[in-house]
Design a protein around this ligand. Structure first.
Ligand code: SIN
Ligand code: CO
Length: 417
């Protein structure tokens, strides 16, 4: 039984991709070249108002930045939130309006923003970094820059003038001493110069120079950003993970070596031995999968993973689900699965990996509704008791939430307001 959502129709032209099919977009544009998409989202309405975005930027624990082209101390000054009314009063009183407010991971706080990712699920969910939203009055921008990530820049409200430059390598000249990757030289590629209206979208591949300047006093741009680990991060993190399980006795060996010509020399044969030890240790596909799933599901903000208080008991979870209760994935939580052998999969959640029945792993990572049916996703090795304790553990660590708890939280927020 498959619990997967309906597969995408990969060959139908989509408005989301400017009339390209998913297959064509992935073949010709993804990670390669930019794509301007007029009317990607028909009749688009912003899921968040500018003052709500400013409100988020004032909250503790939410990553927010203010970029001022002419800051109080220097050009392209970046300040970090949380901000307060005084910050916005100072901006209002400024002579120029060349500033931008950027709020990261709005998808962690606003369900309607999280839902914007659904049309992009032809890409792996675990590649998503976050959905960032910017606000800028007329003239505001973050300067011509490049990112290491793929991004879909969706115009939410107002207008933004986008200009694209070329692809840059590691030798791109970046302005020193500021907190942004702003390019010293930015040359617009002829023809790659557009004003985006609400619902228009621009796909920008990694390391392509881009510059977007607000053309209206209410400009809001939504960045659906995808992360890709660097080789440095992959090597360091995998070596750490693997190292923890390697026995002390597995070592460099030179049994049967030829007599050395010069005791001071590091010869080819010794290098070949250490290379063989390194590569044969690293080349372990099963361990690699266990590490990669954990690595790619690490939460963006570990501190946002909040344990449930009071802890739920297994029988309470069963009663809740059997009484038509629904579980939801915590907005900031990352889930993925990998099917293994012997009817067991690994469910990766927020940096951990646990064995799970295949249907359960798929449902938890991808299904829209998580209901009592989960309790039936058992295998010979992982019976109902194991499934109940897995689900209860996920609720208690904060990766899954009882829908009724969410309702209670909303009611409390309304009472506080
Ligand atoms: C912005 O929204 O102002 C900048 C987004 C980006 O360039 O990545
Ligand atoms: Co950018």
């Amino acid at each position: 039984m498959s619990t997967s959502p309906a597969p995408h129709d990969t060959d139908t032209p989509l408005a989301l991709l400017g009339g390209l099919s998913i297959r064509e977009f992935l073949r010709d544009y993804w990670q390669q070249k930019p794509l301007l998409i007029r009317g990607a989202f028909a009749d688009f309405e912003t899921p968040l108002e500018a003052d709500e975005l400013a409100g988020l930027a004032c909250e503790d624990g939410i990553e927010a930045r203010l970029v001022e082209e002419h800051g109080p101390d220097k050009a392209w000054q970046v300040s970090h939130g949380p901000f307060d009314d005084a910050t916005f009063a100072r901006l209002d009183a400024k002579d120029d309006s060349q500033w931008s407010l950027l709020v990261q991971a709005v998808d962690h706080y606003v369900p309607d923003v999280a839902a914007l990712f659904e049309p992009f699920t032809f890409l792996p969910r675990w590649r998503l970094d976050d959905i960032m939203i910017s606000y800028a009055p007329t003239g505001g921008s973050v300067g011509p820059h490049l990112d290491n990530y793929d991004v879909f820049l969706l115009q939410a409200q107002g207008q933004r003038h986008w200009q694209l430059g070329g692809m840059h390598g590691d030798d791109a000249e970046i302005i020193d001493g500021i907190d942004l990757r702003i390019l010293k030289h930015f040359e617009v590629t002829p023809g790659e110069d557009w004003v985006l209206e609400p619902g228009d979208m621009l796909y920008v591949p990694p390391r392509l120079a881009h510059h977007g300047v607000s053309q209206s006093d209410d400009c809001m741009t939504i960045s659906v950003g995808f992360r890709a680990p660097s080789a440095d991060e992959v090597v360091t993190s995998y070596a750490d993970y693997l190292g923890a399980s390697l026995p002390e006795s597995l070592r460099y060996r030179d049994q049967g070596m030829a007599p050395v010509a010069n005791a001071g020399e590091l010869d080819d044969a010794s290098l070949e031995r250490v290379r063989e030890l390194l590569l044969s240790t690293l080349d372990n596909p099963a361990q690699l999968a266990q590490w990669f799933g954990r690595y790619m599901t690490q939460p963006k903000y570990l501190e946002q993973l909040a344990a449930r208080e009071p802890a739920l008991k297994t029988h309470e979870l069963v009663e809740y689900l059997e009484d038509e209760g629904v579980l939801v994935r915590s907005l900031g939580s990352r889930f993925a699965f990998r099917h293994g052998e012997n009817d067991t999969s690994t469910l990766f959640v927020d940096g951990d990996g646990v064995p799970a029945p295949p249907a359960l792993a798929e449902a938890l990572a991808s299904s829209e509704r998580l209901t009592a049916v989960l309790l039936d996703y058992t295998t010979a090795d992982l019976d109902r008791k194991a499934v109940v304790s897995l689900l209860t553990a996920l609720v208690n660590r904060g990766s899954l939430i009882l829908e009724c708890d969410l309702q209670d939280e909303e009611d409390e927020e309304e009472d506080d307001a």
